[in-house]
Design a protein around this ligand. Structure first.
Ligand code: PLP
Ligand code: ZN
Length: 420
């Protein structure tokens, strides 16, 4: 059986049994995020008996996930993404080592697949027949794709103004797409109401406490890949994570805390949260030491739509992740984010959407600020694939060479590029 022993409210500390509450602390309503608590002794015991599962991808860490041992998991390969060492980048920026975790390689193109795979597995284990979420982007695509992989229907609520390309991905997967005449918050509330009314299992970020439990597997993988060994773990000195609602950075933190509690790593890396300047609620709150309870929604403007959040839903956990690890928040401009798309692609071969490339911009910013230095081994988490937003990528690069269909014209251009 699974090893969850309780759910603790991040606001009031009240602990509930997993069967007692499904999503949030009843005293704190829709905002009452919960921490999922585990019995580490039992996990250690199960690990001694069975070891890590001998499968590719996130289900390798089944014993540390909140689903029954015999649960049916979706067939798509989620996780198991590559970690690329980039010594050339480390030299250029004067850090000891830097690696890039390419989570854009997941089946629907973003790290969100890790959360959706777990949610779909839990829905199936609880005999739910339908899953739902509100999202403008990657979370929705991930849920639609993972649900399709087990022929479970999904209902997705998006603002009617959502970018067409993102809506198309949902429709292709066969999701029932509700185009809400309103903003993201309206779609979010409507999704909760529909979930209650029709009994659909709800994945909403910062509401369902289990999304970050799926996302934490990226931290396990980074540490296992850095140790080079199978079944052994080694933590880097710092991990750079882009932040919108704060669910990913919370998940990364949780994964590291799990490994530390099990004694599988000897220290927890500093977490560097990267926000867009035009959506920097957590950066501001961290810098000015504002209590998360005092935070109010701000207007956001950024090209990196996946990290745009006026009042981050996971603000308590996201601030805690940085504070408890001795990390920092940095904010990068849209110009820096745009430039980092080709810069990272050319330095590493990894093409990211703006919210993914922002991690590289944040890495550079943290080096400049002296937050990362010559003794540090750093991992930059790349959260989403560049093909998700070709329009932004186009704005970051020059055009190609226009030539007539003859070799003389090509020669003319070649000599312009390389000299003759
Ligand atoms: C969702 C997302 C993020 C931010 O995750 P939060 O949990 O909202 O902080 C970053 N990058 C990409 C590509 C995403 O899809
Ligand atoms: Zn509470």
């Amino acid at each position: 059986m699974e090893h969850v022993i309780g759910l603790r409210c991040v606001w009031c500390g009240e602990v509930y049994s997993p069967s007692q509450v499904q999503y949030v602390c009843p005293k704190h309503g829709d905002d009452g995020n919960l921490d999922v608590l585990y019995d580490y002794d039992r996990i250690r015991h199960e690990f001694q008996q069975h070891g890590l599962a001998d499968v590719q991808g996130m289900w390798r860490y089944h014993a540390l996930l909140p689903i029954p041992r015999d649960a049916m998991v979706p067939p798509l390969l989620v996780g198991g993404t590559p970690l690329y060492d980039a010594p050339q980048v480390a030299r250029k920026y004067g850090v000891r080592a830097v690696s890039f975790k390419d989570d854009g390689r997941n089946p629907t193109g973003s790290l969100k697949d890790r959360a959706s795979a777990l949610i779909v597995a839990r829905a199936r284990a609880q005999n739910r027949t339908m899953v739902t979420t509100a999202s403008t982007g990657n979370a929705a695509a991930a849920l639609a794709g993972l649900a399709a992989s087990i022929q479970m229907p999904s209902a997705i609520f998006v603002p009617a103004t959502a970018p067409e390309a993102k809506v198309i991905q949902l429709l292709v997967y066969g999701a029932h797409v509700f185009l809400v005449n309103g903003a993201y918050d309206d779609a979010f509330k409507l999704c909760l109401e529909a979930s209650h009314k029709f009994g659909w299992y709800c994945r909403n970020t910062g509401y369902n406490p289990y999304t970050s439990e799926g996302k934490k597997t990226v931290a396990y993988e980074i540490c296992e890949q850095l140790s080079g060994g199978r079944g052994t773990f080694k933590a880097p000195d710092a991990i750079v994570v882009t932040v919108g609602d704060g669910n990913i950075i919370s998940g990364v933190h949780k994964g590291l805390k799990d490994l530390k509690a099990l004694g599988w790593i000897d220290h927890i890396p500093r977490l560097i949260g990267v926000q867009a300047e035009g959506s920097a609620a957590l950066y501001q709150a961290w810098k000015d030491d504002i209590d998360p309870a005092e935070m109010r929604p701000i207007e956001t403007h950024t090209i990196a739509d996946s990290i745009s959040a006026g009042l981050p839903r996971d603000r308590v956990k996201a601030l805690r992740a940085v504070k408890e690890t001795g990390g920092a928040y940095v904010a990068v401009s849209d110009q820096e984010i745009l430039e980092s798309i080709p810069a990272m692609a050319r330095a590493t071969g990894v093409f990211a959407e703006p919210a993914g490339a922002a991690g590289y911009a944040g890495f550079q910013c943290a080096v400049k600020a002296g937050l990362l230095g010559k003794n540090d081994s750093v991992t930059v988490l790349v959260t989403g694939n560049g093909l998700k937003d070709v329009g932004s990528a186009r704005r970051s690069v020059a055009e190609g060479y226009r030539v007539e269909a003859n070799i003389d014209d090509v020669s003319r251009v070649v000599s312009e590029i390389f000299g003759s």
